[in-house]
Design a protein. Structure first.
Length: 291
């Protein structure tokens, strides 16, 4: 600025600078406020993302537990299949033996026993010849042989019934395990589905958080740039204020010098006229080197 500039010129310059600085400051503060909102949004989204990751871990753990139970049920069913096959084979073999034994008899066990009793009673209550008695005894022996076969068949039938009951019990147990396995398979699938949904939600939330952070960084950088401009204007204002102070100081000094010069002239005249000087007049002469 020209050396002939007045304080008024400087003050008008300060007004212009302050107006521009204030606009920059307001814009900077607005940017910082927006950056703060983006930071809060980012932090909230990051917190939400953390909670979603915890939910993902929970569903993954539940899914893995359900899958582990399915694996255990599969192994249990595999073991049961071996038992079922053994019981089925045992039952089939027993049935075949029963059929084989019964094929050797022509009547039921009850009928055989009835005929044995009838023949035995006939021997005891009738007077028979030796030949007749031997014939009946032979018949009884044949019937007793059949009775033994029938008793063995009956015993095997009981075993077959037991085997059948055990086989059915194993089937029921196998079906129960099958139902439980299906239930856990469904649970595992449901947990896996929820986990995938939460993963997608977490990814979207993380993406939003990253965008909020990027916007925060952009706004802060823009605010910092505005602050730099604002600081430059403040430096210019301070420089102008310094020029005002220097101008005021020079004006004050010129006024003081004019007063001292006037005092020195007056004192010099009085000194020539041998008049008494005041202390201020004497100082003025000294400052001007006139004595």
């Amino acid at each position: 600025m020209s050396t002939k500039s007045t304080v008024g010129d400087f003050l008008r310059k300060i007004d212009e600078l302050e107006a521009q600085a204030m606009a920059l400051k307001e814009h900077r503060d607005l940017l910082n406020e927006e950056a703060k909102k983006q930071a809060e949004k980012r932090d909230a989204l990051n917190l939400e993302h953390k909670k979603l990751r915890e939910e993902i871990a929970h569903y993954k753990s539940e899914r893995d537990q359900a899958n582990q139970k399915v694996s255990e049920f599969k192994k249990e069913r595999l073991d049961l299949k071996t038992e079922l096959d053994a019981k089925r084979q045992q039952y089939s073999q027993t049935q075949d033996r029963v059929k084989g034994l019964l094929s050797k008899t022509s009547m039921s066990k009850g009928e055989t026993e009835r005929q044995i009793k009838a023949l035995d009673w006939k021997i005891q209550t009738n007077s028979l010849s030796k030949a007749e008695e031997d014939s009946i005894i032979n018949q009884i022996k044949l019937l007793e042989q059949q009775n033994l076969i029938q008793k063995e068949a009956s015993s095997l039938k009981d075993k077959a019934v037991t085997s059948k009951a055990e086989f059915v019990a194993l089937q029921i147990r196998n079906n129960d395990i099958k139902d439980k396995m299906a239930e856990h398979v469904a649970q595992g699938q449901e947990y896996h589905k929820k986990m995938l949904e939460k993963i997608k939600e977490a990814e979207e939330t993380k993406d939003r958080a990253d965008k909020a952070h990027q916007e925060f960084v952009r706004l802060r950088e823009e605010a910092d740039a505005e602050h730099e401009k604002y600081s430059e204007f403040i430096k210019q204002i301070n420089a102008v204020n310094l020029e005002i102070r220097m101008l005021q100081e020079n004006t004050r000094k010129r006024r003081e010098d004019a007063v001292i010069d006037a005092q020195a002239d007056t004192a010099y005249k009085k000194m020539k006229e041998k008049k008494k000087l005041t202390f201020e007049e004497f100082q003025a002469l000294v400052k001007r080197g006139r004595i």
